[in-house]
Design a protein around this ligand. Sequence first.
Ligand code: ASP
Length: 334
Amino acid sequence: MLILSILFSMKKTPFLLLLLLTALLSAGCSNTGNKEEWAIVIHGGAGSARSMTPEAREKYMDLLDQALKVGTEMLENGAEALDVVTQVVVWLEDCPYFNAGKGAVMTSNGVHELDAALMDGRDLQAGAVAGVRDIKNPILAARHVMEDSPHVLLIGEGASAFAKSMGLTMVENSYFSTPERLEQIKRIKEKRETPDPKGTVGCVALDRNGNLAAATSTGGMSGKRWGRVGDVPVIGAGTYANNNTVAVSGTGHGELWIRRCVAFDISALMDYKGLSVEEAARKVIFDKIDKMEGSGGGVICVDKNGNIAMEFNTNIMFRAWATASGQNGTAIEH
Ligand code: ASP
């Protein structure tokens, strides 16, 4: 009303008034930021396809689909990307069939040590925990590190003490064990199986307000040395989000992801070189990671416009995706 009375007092012609009002109204509309676009991609780890029965394959497809539904429902209802990636990763951590939270792999001396991180593309805030042994949902601890501490990364006992002080659920280390993981570490110790990174979980999302977020959680590489920290909690290696470019979550041979700053490199290629999200992800995985010795892996990405990319140089990457424009699916192989 104030604006209107000022305009009338200015005694401008009706035509000028109309122009001014139209400009004001359209500026108001764009400020709501309520774009209808949203997009989400989830991964459940990349690796080499060992014997997977048709039943196991079907089960994984179903689990990925369930996790995807958690995220898509939230995004459709207008939830923030940061809440969506947190919630999806909590669901995957609680699911015993992935290498994160319950069901995580073990170190060579039979202990579970977990890493997790998340990042908010709005303001580049990030939180991470590494080498934690007793936090039921490491991704929630990472979120608290971001929101309730002045730090980005807390490790081991310090991270646990902080998580406890935040009221998070603490568990015995044996909570994370499953019969499959106990069998696996036995095979690795007896040299019947080589350590293989597979099963890490991650989620990237673009919400209706144009905000990006990424979250990743893992037990790391099976049979790793205790105290080893992988790429997941290293911001810019396994996890990264920036509203100006892209949100990325990685899975695979973490040492390579750290050395190549994989997630940040994808963002930088888009930022400085103007590559599309698919071109940038392919370049990093196939021109860089593929040329290094190690067991490779993959990335999931969503850019600021809701374009998605899922690239991997391993045989398989468990993944699921959905966008407001109707793309939707789950897949394991190429
Ligand atoms: N990137 C994880 C790590 O090296 C493992 C994985 O993604 O499976 O800790």
